[in-house]
Write a protein that binds this ligand. Structure first.
Ligand SMILES: Cc1cc2nc3c(=O)[nH]c(=O)nc-3n(C[C@H](O)[C@H](O)[C@H](O)COP(=O)(O)OP(=O)(O)OC[C@H]3O[C@@H](n4cnc5c(N)ncnc54)[C@H](O)[C@@H]3O)c2cc1C
Length: 299
């Protein structure tokens, strides 16, 4: 038995076994990224920020000693030079290295387990990093392999079920990612016009229709993104439900707003007595500052 974890190359699963790769770029068109670290410039924030640009989006991941940044974009709508210029113009501090270009094709291997080879990680597929799901998929693939661990014989039914479950998991995440692009109200660039008007998978269309009708969202089995995550993207990006559950009418508007106000007060009281993120990190898990020589020179 071989585990192919050779990354995008898919040394065994593709180059040797010619399994095939299903290209999802018609739905998730970003296929390039430029990454660059920069110096920290403000108080350490406890979250990653994703900011939409003309033909993609930019990540900003604050670490203790630097900020990781990257611009994910679609090469059909933007050149590498333009993508790099946008990234460098939107850094908080001075760049600490040369921008590094990356290429990828969003999609999934036709099958993950073929004969005596099991693909895990980027060899199994890649969905662009908007929701940082790859390492989660590595983890669940390992857990699934343990569940289906083979004995000496070949078990085609087990292999089929392993592949079916893996595929299902990929498709659920794929739909959630597509929603971020498709449910845009932007009309200021060809890229966003494409995303807003493109055809989407029937499974995502059904979820959006269900939400639009009565605000209902269901999490299937143990899919990664729960109802609240779907709600944040659907409502946050302007999708509105036409109706609501009849039980809502049992409470008056005042009762509902008092209830929400109470939640706000509890959260405010809790956060008021907690240390800030930077203070907590400094007190509990401060990193040693290791600044590379090149960065010192740049600073
Ligand atoms: C732009 C970008 C942003 C990402 N952001 C996130 C994120 O925020 N969160 C997240 O969870 N994931 C993210 N990922 C995905 C993450 O990079 C992968 O999940 C992670 O690297 C694990 O992948 P892997 O081990 O399958 O492949 P890789 O990291 O590519 O490792 C494959 C290894 O196989 C080796 N190899 C290949 N061929 C051979 C050979 N013939 N012999 C020996 N060795 C070989 C390679 O040298 C390499 O070391 C991102 C990916 C990209 C491209």
């Amino acid at each position: 038995m071989f585990i192919d974890c050779s990354g995008f190359r898919g040394l065994l699963i593709e180059q040797t076994l010619k399994t095939g790769y299903e290209d999802w770029t018609p739905w998730l068109p970003c296929d390039r990224a430029i990454a660059v670290p920069c110096a920290s410039a403000e108080t350490l924030l406890p979250y990653t920020r994703a900011t939409a640009h003309k033909a993609g989006w930019q990540w900003r991941i604050p670490l203790q000693h630097r900020i990781g940044n990257g611009h994910v974009y679609c090469s059909k709508f933007m050149s590498e030079d333009e993508a790099t210029a946008i990234l460098l113009a939107n850094l908080d501090g001075v760049a600490l290295a040369a921008p590094r270009p990356l290429r990828f094709v969003t999609g999934v291997r036709e099958r993950f387990w073929v004969k005596n080879c099991i693909a895990i990680g980027l060899a199994a597929g890649f969905m662009e990093p908007l929701e940082s799901t790859s390492i989660h998929l590595v983890q669940t693939a390992i857990a699934r392999l343990l569940t289906f661990f083979p004995d000496r014989g070949s078990a085609p039914l087990d292999v089929d079920e392993f592949n079916r479950q893996g595929r299902w998991e990929f498709e659920k995440i794929r739909d959630f990612l597509i929603l971020h692009y498709h449910a845009t109200e932007r009309s200021d660039s060809p890229f966003w016009n494409h995303c807003r008007t493109m055809e989407i998978p029937a499974s995502l269309q059904a979820r959006m229709n269900l939400y639009r009708s009565h605000g209902r969202i269901f999490r299937e089995a143990n899919e990664l993104f729960a109802e609240v995550a779907w709600l944040q993207v659907m409502h946050g990006q302007g999708l509105r439900a036409c109706g609501y559950h009849p039980l809502v009418d049992l409470a008056t508007d005042k009762e509902i707003s008092d209830y929400l106000e109470n939640i706000r007060t509890v959260i405010q009281k809790c956060t008021a007595v907690m240390p800030g993120h930077a203070e907590f990190v400094a007190r509990n898990c401060a990193a040693q500052l290791l600044i590379p020589a090149s960065a010192t020179a740049a600073v």
